[in-house]
Design a protein. Structure first.
Length: 474
DNA sequence: TGAAATGTTGGGGCG
DNA sequence: ACGCCCCAACATTTC
């Protein structure tokens, strides 16, 4: 008599270790159908796009390979998950569907409907926590509301019950026999072709659970001790580079939490960054409009400029400000940007160009391999000053000062803006001040080989402060 | 997880 | 010797 299978629906949890939904299914002594659904409709404009699709392709390949090592494999289906899941249940006679929770508003709505309709037909539909140390509804202020300031939020997280222990990968999975038919990964065309803008990505990244674990191990042994100072220097690899792995759930925060010895140098500083990720998810859950709307309504009246040329120059890394251009080109070439440079580039778009932060958010959404709705929205609103615990609007980065401070030797700029690489350190962050003979011997013709600055920072700063006065109350 | 303007202090040059 | 000015260097305030 055939045993009825259990479906494990993978989403942003593309790993076998510390995966409670998978463990629960494996423990049931029934065949397991590991499933991934490419659902391009549910999340609307915030579906998986651009660089993240490249990552997804590679990550699914990796997950499938790991499952095959256990005698199983990953079933691929596409379409509205609200239809795909019930159809597969019917097809296979599955008795249960397990998954790990996501916290994006439209995903929550979809998953609730699925859970309800499966439940109504007597199915067991269960969800688990794999993505967060502390789920958003478990942390609240003394008065019972959500936190809007990071420091007390993280203090509350750290002082309460510790996060749950991670769970091991299942020892074995009983495959479903026969395996239901599915798509092949290539059918989904997740990889770019003409042009192949992801050409270089593979040199920088190893998507998948093994790559994630290796990144964590290397960070803990080689870099965490220098993290408190090193994390602001983009020229070298001194951060963990775990963000895309975390977004796709190739590693979970519990695994990081447990791998870190909190007594070691750099541990608290690094964990606080995991804390910011938790905080962003907390905010998105409690304020689900933050990807589209200012958290602080006063910003609804902000006089943003319409500037297609400025936006394009920023996107392409042709603003004439070397540190900004280097960042934007690192993003385009590698699918990632160092966090210090993200702040500088974002400040430039918002404050020097006075372009709506949502334009930056959209661009990052398409170009980052770590594009994450909660982190992206919270990060942009933080820089804009429109968000929770945000930088005050008048905190305007000077791209020259920031460059000189955090890329003093200009190595980061030279790597990504090669046309000015021959400039001496003295001028590398402000080529427009260099004497003609210096420019000439560096092979630079301003306005031709490298753009003139598209705005004058000093004037742009004044313009931004004036614009800000327009919305300031009192 | 700023920068710029403004204020203060103290040393040195100089008449 | 003294006052005056200049201007780093640092601190404080403002945006």
């Amino acid at each position: 008599m055939p045993v009825q299978p259990i479906i494990v629906w993978f989403r942003q949890d593309l790993r076998l270790t510390d995966n409670p939904a998978l463990v629960q299914a494996a423990a049931a002594d029934a065949p397991v159908i590991p499933l991934y659904v490419l659902d391009d409709r549910t999340q609307g404009q915030w579906g998986i796009r651009g660089a993240a699709r490249w990552w997804l392709h590679r990550s699914l390949q990796s997950l499938d390979a790991s499952l095959r090592d256990m005698g199983s494999s990953l079933l691929l289906r596409h379409g509205d998950a609200g239809q795909v899941i019930p159809r597969l249940v019917e097809e296979t006679g599955a008795t249960a569907v397990y998954w790990n929770r996501c916290y994006e508003p439209r995903v929550i709505a979809r998953d609730s409907r699925i859970k309800e309709s499966l439940g109504a037909t007597g199915m067991e539909a269960k969800s688990f926590n794999a993505a967060l140390l502390f789920e958003p509804w478990t942390i609240e202020t003394k008065t019972g509301g959500p936190y809007k300031v990071f420091t007390p939020f993280w203090r509350a997280c750290s002082s309460g019950a510790p996060p749950a222990e991670q769970v091991d990968a299942p020892k074995a999975l009983t495959p479903s026999d026969p395996m239901p038919p599915g798509d092949t990964l290539d059918d989904w065309r997740l990889l770019p072709t003409s042009p192949d803008w992801a050409e270089e990505f593979g040199e920088h990244w190893t998507p998948g659970e093994r790559g994630a674990q290796k990144s964590l191990d290397a960070f803990l042994t080689d870099r965490m001790a220098s993290y408190p100072e090193g994390r602001d220097r983009p020229a070298e690899v001194l951060t963990s580079r775990l963000s895309p792995h975390l977004h796709f759930g190739e590693i979970g925060p519990r695994q990081i939490w447990q791998a870190i010895d909190r007594r070691k140098t750099g541990a608290e500083k690094f964990l606080a960054e995991i804390g910011w990720r938790e905080f962003a998810h907390h905010l998105l859950y409690h304020f689900p409009a933050i990807p589209e709307e200012n958290l602080r309504p006063a910003f609804d009246d902000f006089p943003w400029r319409d500037d297609a040329d400025g936006l394009k120059a920023w996107q392409r890394g042709r603003t004439g400000y070397p540190i900004v251009d280097a960042g934007m080109r690192q993003l385009w070439r590698t699918g990632w940007m160092h966090n210090r440079v993200r702040m500088i580039a974002a400040s430039f778009l918002i404050k020097d160009l006075l372009i709506d932060w949502r334009e930056g958010e959209k661009w990052f959404w398409d170009t980052l391999v770590d594009a994450d709705l909660a982190n992206n929205a919270a990060g942009w609103q933080w820089v804009a000053g429109s968000g929770a615990d945000a930088a005050p609007f008048f905190r305007i980065f000077n791209p020259v000062t920031q460059g000189e401070k955090f890329d003093p030797a200009g190595a980061y700029v030279r790597k990504f803006v090669p046309e000015i690489a021959a400039l001496p350190d003295k001028w590398i962050h402000h080529p427009w001040d260099a004497p003609d003979d210096v420019l000439e011997s560096a092979g630079i013709t301003p306005g031709e080989t490298y753009p003139h600055p598209i705005v004058d920072h000093k004037a742009a700063r004044q313009r931004a402060l004036t614009a800000f006065k327009a919305i300031r109350t009192g």
